[in-house]
Design a protein around this ligand. Structure first.
Ligand SMILES: N[C@@H](CCC(=O)N[C@@H](CS)C(=O)NCC(=O)O)C(=O)O
Length: 210
C-alpha cells in the first residue's frame, strides 16, 4: 500500500495509527500542503483526490481510497484483526458517533483550505479555530465521559481514539484550552502508551521538520 499524506495532517495521522496497529506496511508519499500554495492542488494529486486533500491510500488493484474514515472502515473489513470496532451494534454506533464529532463536526472547520479562505475574507482564523475546536471538544468530552473506560468507548481501542489523539495535538498547536476535558486527556494518555501511537506520531514522519 502507498499512503499519500502530510506529517501533521490529522486525517492522515488517523490512518497511520490504524496501519501501525494492524501491523500493515506501506510506502509513504509526502504531500507538502504548505509550500507554494500546496502540492495537494497539483494536477497529479487532484487525479488521486479531486478534493485536493490528504490522505489518499493506494490499495490493491491500483485503487485509490480517500476520506480517512472510509479508509479506516476498509482496513477494518480487510484486516479485522486486531479490531478497531467493537462487536456489539450499539457500541459500534457509539464509536462512529464520537469519530464523526471530530471527522464531520470539528476537523472540516479547521483544515488548511478553510483557514486560508477565512483569512482571505479578513477573519481572524485563530479566533475561528478557538471557537469551533473548543466548542467541538467540549461536546466530545460530554459525550465521551459516560462511555469511556481505558479508551473512548470502553476498554478497547477504536476509531474514536484514532481520531481523538491527532485532534488534541491540533488543538494544542493553536493554544485551544484543554482544561475542561479530563476524560479526553485521560484517554489520550492511555493511547500514548501504545506502540502504534508512538510510531504514527506526526513528529516522527519523514516529512516532519528536523
Ligand atoms: N474528511 C477528509 C478530510 C481531509 C482533510 O481535510 N485533509 C486536510 C489535512 S488534515 C488537507 O488535505 N487539507 C489541505 C487543504 O485544505 O488544502 C478525511 O477525513 O480524509
Amino acid at each position: 500500500m502507498k499512503l499519500h499524506g502530510f506529517w501533521r495532517s490529522t486525517a492522515t495521522w488517523r490512518v497511520r495509527i490504524a496501519l501501525a496497529y494492524k501491523g500493515l506496511s506501506y510506502e509513504y508519499v509526502a504531500v507538502d500542503l504548505l509550500t507554494a500554495g500546496g502540492a495537494q492542488h497539483s494536477p497529479e494529486h487532484r487525479r488521486l483526490n479531486p478534493m485536493a486533500q490528504v490522505p489518499v491510500l493506494e490499495v490493491e488493484g491500483g485503487q485509490h481510497l480517500t476520506q480517512s474514515v472510509a479508509i479506516l472502515e476498509y482496513l477494518e473489513e480487510r484486516w479485522p484483526t486486531p479490531p478497531l470496532l467493537p462487536i456489539a451494534p450499539l457500541a459500534r454506533a457509539r464509536v462512529r458517533q464520537l469519530t464523526e464529532v471530530i471527522n464531520a463536526g470539528i476537523q472540516p472547520l479547521q483544515n488548511t483550505g478553510v483557514q486560508r479562505h477565512v483569512q482571505s475574507l479578513g477573519v481572524d482564523s485563530t479566533g475561528w479555530i478557538h471557537h469551533f475546536v473548543g466548542k467541538g471538544l467540549a461536546a466530545l468530552e460530554a459525550m465521551t465521559e459516560p462511555l469511556a473506560g481505558h479508551f473512548s468507548v470502553g476498554d478497547a481501542l477504536s476509531f474514536a481514539d484514532l481520531a481523538l489523539v491527532p485532534q488534541l495535538a491540533f488543538a494544542r498547536r493553536f493554544g485551544v484550552g484543554l482544561t475542561g476535558l479530563p476524560t479526553l486527556l485521560r484517554v489520550e494518555a492511555n493511547c500514548a502508551e501504545l506502540e502504534c501511537f508512538k510510531r504514527a506520531h506526526a513528529d516522527l514522519q519523514p516529512d516532519a521538520p528536523g
